[in-house]
Ligand binder design. Sequence first.
Ligand code: ADP
Ligand code: MG
Length: 238
Amino acid sequence: MSRLEIRKLRKSFEGTDVIKGIDLVVEDREFCVFLGPSGCGKSTTLRLIAGLEEADEGQILLDKDDITDRAVDKRDLAMVFQSYALYPHMTVRENMSFALKLAGAKPLAIDEKVAKAAKILALEPYLDRKPSALSGGQRQRVAIGRAITREPRVFLFDEPLSNLDAALRAQTRLEIARLHQELNATMIYVTHDQVEAMTLADKIAIFSEGRIEQIGSPLELYRRPVNKFVAGFLGMPQ
Ligand code: ADP
Ligand code: MG
């Protein structure tokens, strides 16, 4: 089980409120998209969940565990960044093994997990290359592979397609949808792109200025947007 619950989450930077009280439940195996314009607090919310930022108020629960104050590496979550964040001096295999090694996993178990992730992502031919010898799409697949090897309870994606060209973006989007099916995992996916949100999500949380305006399935949002902001942002007639 990997159900994530956020209660009354708040965060300010230098006296400016950025996250203004967010409540949200992401059910086990659900694909939840945070959708909203730039600067509305999507990444900050994801970083709070990941433990990369500290909440001022509120709680983050993973199943029955309160992980609000837990260290990043003890949360059992894996984040995939827009910038890939690969180690340039390490090979693909080393990039995908690193966190497992740090966590003290046995070499045999590490090899097995890396092989499995490489197979899922068609990265087998590239395992001994450095990131600099890969295309942008391949680098992003390595970043996703690194998350997979850790077998996290929840995957967190922050605009993972935004550095890819249009063709690769469409292809990688399909790959992420397939991964969600194949891994049967809980996923949270941040984007400002309505098409990505509508095609990937079981549930969309529409963000605006540090708050969630509406939560619902793509169909629910499409049929019954709660206000003009939601309707306008989804590109619907108002
Ligand atoms: P989004 O991902 O939706 O584009 P962010 O969560 O990155 O938005 O940012 C929300 C707001 O918080 C922005 O105004 C941003 O400038 C501000 N912000 C984010 N991180 C920091 C930080 N570390 N220090 C100060 N301000 C920040
Ligand atoms: Mg962002």
